[in-house]
Design a protein around this ligand. Structure first.
Ligand code: SF4
Ligand code: SF4
Length: 224
């Protein structure tokens, strides 16, 4: 059975961010940018029926997403929904429907600013912000994040460095970030980096803690 009705139905009035004009009736334009995947799920066979349970297991109170009434409050209060490929309301609907592939490839969790407005206003007390965080973790684990988008690339560089050395070194994280997203910025900001280095405000030596083996064992234990 085609699942377009479940996955792509939008309520333009509810999902419409403040300031954006209402679409003309009968002429609903589709988003052309930041699609979660090139080939969005269209058939029931592409869905993962266990996805909602997977999220519920990751997030305290996550099972409440089954109580979503699709009121759209989360989308209307979200200050960043205009920049998301899936509004919070739609992301919750797609999670319930099991559109795992689309959701874990979405930009939305990486655009979310963790302001908690949606969580506070949700009439069903669904922990939407925590669900966004869980989706980020899955996206980092499975490397489904947008490859040249600053937020996930920086998060991955930071997490990798902490897991490996126990401390972060800003200069190395910045270098990795620029090389993976926009190498031209590395050249552009080289003079500033040089000034910071001469003033002793930017180190190039990678910091590390003693007892890195214990740290790795601890991280492995908590992520098991
Ligand atoms: S505010 Fe809560 S109940 Fe309403 S659409 Fe969003 S998640 Fe669902
Ligand atoms: S926590 Fe994220 S999704 Fe929720 S309102 Fe804030 S920016 Fe939007």
């Amino acid at each position: 059975m085609p699942v377009d009705a479940v996955l792509t139905t939008r309520d333009p009035e509810v999902d419409r961010p403040p300031g954006r004009p209402a679409p003309r009736s009968g002429n609903r334009t589709k988003r052309t940018k930041w699609r979660p995947v090139k080939d969005q799920s269209k058939f029931e066979a592409q869905l993962d029926p266990g996805f909602a349970a997977e999220i519920a297991a990751e997030v305290e109170g996550g099972e409440r997403l089954h109580q979503c009434i699709q009121c759209g409050t989360c989308s209307s209060v979200c200050p960043l929904s205009a920049y998301m490929d899936l509004t919070p309301r739609r992301l919750i609907a797609m999670t319930r429907a099991g559109a795992r592939d689309d959701v874990v490839h979405s930009m939305t969790p990486w655009v979310c600013a963790s302001c908690y407005a949606c969580t506070v206003e949700c009439p069903k007390q669904i922990p939407i912000t925590e669900i966004m965080h869980a989706l980020r973790r899955i996206s980092l684990r499975e490397i489904t994040y947008p490859k040249r988008f600053t937020t996930p690339v920086m998060t991955k560089a930071f997490v990798d460095m902490i897991q490996d050395r126990g401390r972060s070194t800003e200069s190395w994280i910045s270098m990795k970030l620029y090389l993976r997203t926009n190498p031209a910025l590395l050249v552009k900001n080289a003079a500033i980096a040089g000034r910071l280095f001469r003033q002793g405000r930017l180190g190039v030596r990678r910091a590390r803690i003693n007892g890195r083996d214990e740290l790795r064992a601890l991280l492995k234990a908590v992520s098991a």
